[in-house]
Design a protein around this ligand. Structure first.
Ligand code: AMP
Length: 326
């Protein structure tokens, strides 16, 4: 735990009357959960301060958690402390007005590819940014308050970013912090129903993914969710992206990739893996991310094929030089 940075962050928070919390674009449960969670903790701990989350997009998937704050004019930012959570690079910050803030803090659990901000607290081994917010509360529980709403936001981020506490990044500390949050009375029945119930059309899309996915010689499973497929199933960029999760848990396939056509003609790649790391591949294709969950962008079918071939060669080498994978 990086207590020094955490202490400096708390001191900065105390200095400011206005705090704006940001996250990455196309947010997932962790980005939304960590930012709403910190907003709630700071709002109830320092009622005299104005604490808001200002972002330019939102997520249907976790919309049940409630709204972020309405847009504010540029002047609003200039006296504020900005806190960016769960966002590896400044380019991925959802709201470009973060540059107007008087000072900026970065809190993140992604592999550090770019340092930004005046103060930074990065712990790559944390299972989620939400876990870091839980740890932040826990470290300063004498000075901070928490409630059931904050616990629910943060717990949602922890559950979703750790694959329901299954990923390698989950530690004893993750579970102790999750336990602390559960003790605050989170309604897990409703939470899991919101997260995991599926609608009819989404299951039809899932069936189609299984029908169309392909496997390379060495076990890379992939699918191109092209414009036609998106139209056929009336998919948004977010629902199209769920294809990647359908392809996990296939024996011998240690890497799986969903390619999703973007409106601007580029193709987003969502890469996932077990045992073998894939972030180096993503970095070579205009992306990055975690060892076993990365994102990238390719600009043609040719480049898409090159990425698949590279992943296949990487997996071949891994299988030849390692044992115990499955
Ligand atoms: P995604 O498949 O888009 O959910 O991305 C998986 C992980 O990789 C997430 O944790 C992202 O933060 C990260 N990631 C996605 N796209 C990029 C990118 N262009 N640059 C750096 N990291 C990324």
């Amino acid at each position: 735990m990086k207590l020094d940075q955490m202490k400096k962050i708390l001191e900065k928070i105390k200095e400011y009357d206005r705090i704006i919390i940001f996250r990455h674009k196309r947010p997932d449960g962790d980005a939304v959960g960590s930012t709403l969670g910190l907003r709630e903790i700071l709002s109830i701990s320092f009622p005299e301060k104005e604490v808001v989350t200002l972002n330019a997009d939102y997520s249907d998937y976790v919309a049940f958690l409630g709204d972020e704050d309405a847009a504010r004019p540029d002047e609003f930012y200039t006296t504020a402390l900005g806190i960016v959570i769960d966002t590896a690079t400044a380019e991925r910050i959802s709201n470009k007005n973060y540059t107007l803030c008087k000072e900026l803090i970065k809190i993140d659990h992604h592999i550090e590819v770019e340092a930004y901000g005046d103060l930074s607290w990065v712990e790559e081994e944390r299972s989620s940014a939400s876990e870091m917010i839980a740890a932040f509360y826990d470290a300063f529980r004498d000075e901070l308050k928490i409630n059931k709403d904050a616990a629910t936001y943060i717990y949602t981020g922890m559950v979703t970013d750790s694959g329901r506490f299954r990923f390698r990044s989950v530690s004893g500390e993750t579970m102790r912090l999750a336990g602390m949050l559960l003790d605050l009375g989170i309604d897990t029945d409703t939470l899991y129903a919101n997260l995991y119930m599926k609608d009819f059309d989404s299951l039809k899309f899932q069936a189609y993914v299984y029908k169309k996915m392909k496997m390379t010689e060495n076990g890379v499973v992939y699918l191109h969710v092209d414009r036609a497929m998106q139209k056929k199933f009336d998919l948004t960029s977010e629902t199209a992206g769920t294809a990647v999760s359908f392809m996990e848990s296939i024996k011998n396939s240690l890497i799986w990739i969903a390619f999703i056509d973007n409106a601007d003609g580029s193709i987003r790649a969502r890469l996932r893996s077990r045992f073998v790391t894939i972030n180096e591949i993503a970095e070579r294709y205009h992306g990055g991310g975690h060892a076993c969950a990365s994102g990238a962008t390719v600009y043609s079918k040719k480049e898409m094929k090159a990425l698949i071939a590279e992943a296949d060669a990487h997996l071949k080498h891994y299988k030849e030089t390692n044992e115990g994978w499955l």
